[in-house]
Design a protein around this ligand. Sequence first.
Ligand SMILES: Cc1ncc(COP(=O)(O)O)c(C=O)c1O
Length: 388
Amino acid sequence: MQYSNRANAIAPFFAMAFGEKATALESQGRSVIRLNIGEPDFGAPPAVQQAMQQAVANNNLPYTGALGDRRLREAIAEFYYTQHQIRLNPNRVVVTAGASAALLLTCAALINPGDEVLMGDPSYPCNRQFVKTFGGDVNLVPTGASSQFQLNSKLVSDNWNANTKALMIATPSNPTGTAVTLDELDKMCAFAKARNAWRIIDEIYLDLSDHAPGPAKSVLAVDDGAIVINSFSKFFGMTGWRLGWMVVPEDMVEVIERLAQNLYICPSTPAQLAALACFTPDTLALCEARRQSLLTRRNIVLAGLEKAGLCVPVAPSGAFYVYIDVSSTGLTAMTFCEQLLSETGVALTPGNDFGNSDADRYVRLSYATSEQILHEGLKRIQAFTAAR
Ligand SMILES: Cc1ncc(COP(=O)(O)O)c(C=O)c1O
């Protein structure tokens, strides 16, 4: 019996592998600090949890339409107005089973074998797999500290090929937490649009970005034809609920509907009904307070890493990740993560998960955990680097 070449070619996540090693250490009675997983510790807002209980108690929970519950699509469209000052027709909002399903549907809708998708290195690893699953080629463009570990208009134009069909950008990014300015995003999208190429912009961390005093700006402010990916996982703390959304151009809705109907019928009905409670003023205020607390955590981490003698070439401006240069320790990223975990019980993720460019040099730390745990983790990292 044989598995497909596609399945055989998919690389496992090192983040998960380190998570498993951490669990094994815990089962031996060791104290473990998990800074490897991109999951906020807050959980779903209480109003959403209550709404879930009601949804389950009151309803026989049938399928919804493939594009999602109409009221939820309207609430998301309204959120774009209150949160980002963008007027959006709810017809263009598609509720999905997490941003993951939105990315999957997008790639299914747009990519033919041999089409190339341009993305930055480092970037969210699953994007490469989504593209390859549909026969596309990934043009992974090395970035670096000088471009905030993000693509910019020069990198896009220098690396554009005749078969480039789409540009894929997450801003702020996983694994670096760094963002593209709206001006630069505008230039890159305009470049791609002029070549009839799709712009796939992942804004899953947009509402967890620095945006005082004004609102965070969605790419839709500069490119109404971009395909926007978003999720309830991060800002609303609902990772396990498997709920996200996308905003697509009007004429793409029907294509996405057919694909979603066939690929998974609809997103989870109870999760959709409960998610309506995300958009009340109280819940939004709570999520904003959580964003503020992530800023405090970020400052704790940046100060602690400096004390450990570790360099963060570009401080994050959103999400909850720090991309750390560990080359001063003389260890590769993988060895650093392995030794740190086995000697101190702190789990991080090696840069090798996110691309090839200088990946041996960087590790990702996720600060989506309590201040107390962060302080303890940083103390252990400082002891580890001091001993080298
Ligand atoms: C940049 C990015 N996009 C998409 C996803 C997938 O998120 P979801 O839980 O909504 O499927 C993640 C998850 O970490 C991510 O970091």
